[in-house]
Design a protein. Sequence first.
Length: 159
Amino acid sequence: MSDGRISRARVTFTVILAIIFAVLPLPEPIDAARPDLLLLLVIYWSLSAPRIAGLLFAWFCGLAIDVLKGIILGQHALAFLVVAYFTHKFQLRIRIFPLSQQTLTVFAFLFLYQFILWWLDGIIGQAVTTWMRWLPVISGAILWPILVAGLDTWNRRNR
């Protein structure tokens, strides 16, 4: 995929949907496992359209989550930025991975994201130490192949 056929409008549309999903109220058991869809989209668009979805894009997406969830300003922005940095750094390698290896890489990125949030929560004195904190890592890794298949198909159809 090249940036030439992926429009900013398409990226913006998916980001708006992910932000709506992030604040949509869900039942408590399901909410605990809610995947970080916006982060998955940041990873996807960083791999598919790195000129459109750069580090500043990732920072703004993280900042949007901070503002909408009422958390300390910059916490998610920093975590998104770190994940986007590694995604951009290894973009050419990750793009040629088979989907199973991409999923494992995304799992590692989601784990890094949650670890940074856990670390920052510990610093500010709001540590959440239950195992349920890590459920979005698993659900996000499960969702990754579905997300890639859907968005790749959408990108190919709308050339």
